[in-house]
Design a protein around this ligand. Sequence first.
Ligand code: ATP
Ligand code: MG
Length: 263
Amino acid sequence: MSASAPIIKIDSISKSFGSFKVLDGLSMQVMPGEKLALIGPSGSGKTTILRILMTLERIDGGHIQIDGEQLYHMERNGQLLPADERHLTRMRQKIGMVFQLFNLFPHKCVMDNVTLAPMLTKGTPRAAAEKRAMELLEMVGMADKAKNMPAQLSGGQKQRVAIARALALSPKIMLFDEVTSALDPELVEEVMNVMRKLAAETDMTMLLVTHEMGFAHDFADRVLFFDRGRIVEEGKPDEIFRNPKQERTQGFLKKIIAAGHRV
Ligand SMILES: Nc1ncnc2c1ncn2[C@@H]1O[C@H](COP(=O)(O)OP(=O)(O)OP(=O)(O)O)[C@@H](O)[C@H]1O
Ligand SMILES: [Mg+2]
């Protein structure tokens, strides 16, 4: 695949929950290494898009290509067939996700939380998995807590371990959904710092959903503003946050500032 081909190509996808249409013909593309922030009002479909990319929700129509391959379809003799479980399992290895609520294994120590998936799903030998885990825990500032149990960690620390755990599988694409919104205010900054560093230092493709506009500004190369499942406006962080063109974007940012968030 050439360097200029998108790593994520979403083509006219639709998704309904019952009779409620969340996405209706959404198309978007993400280039390899891009750091993308998805912002927009509550209920605009941001989480749904990430969950669809993780195959936690299925699409009703349209196509998604990841890394040059169809996500929900398999190509057989020039025809597109619905993907089987084997295809989905293989495609899932390209994408990692960190959620709002820390979902660490409660009965495993920090080190085991990070090494378990590489050992089980990729057959990585324990020694190699632990070496890599220590590098990642170092990066998120949690190396000294490798033997701790999740219950002995603060929310911010748990979330940093969750980030290390997702990175341990070396996905090409990382998705972050409001990773700081369940944290006490004084713990938010430590997690954001880890994420800023990650964004600056890796060439991994990253999609970030956040209500923290200052954070989105620092993190992203490009910002997409969503409303009702559609991209209303997109551009560089400075363009979107300093000089939004669409009325709906302007209104959204005004509300956010009024609510006391930094932009
Ligand atoms: N499993 C589900 N069943 C029914 N409706 C759902 C489901 N998941 C999401 N929805 C609806 O789809 C819409 C989009 O939800 P989504 O979680 O993607 O929004 P969001 O942009 O992430 O919002 P927020 O900023 O509050 O997290 C909402 O109206 C929501 O109620
Ligand atoms: Mg959401």
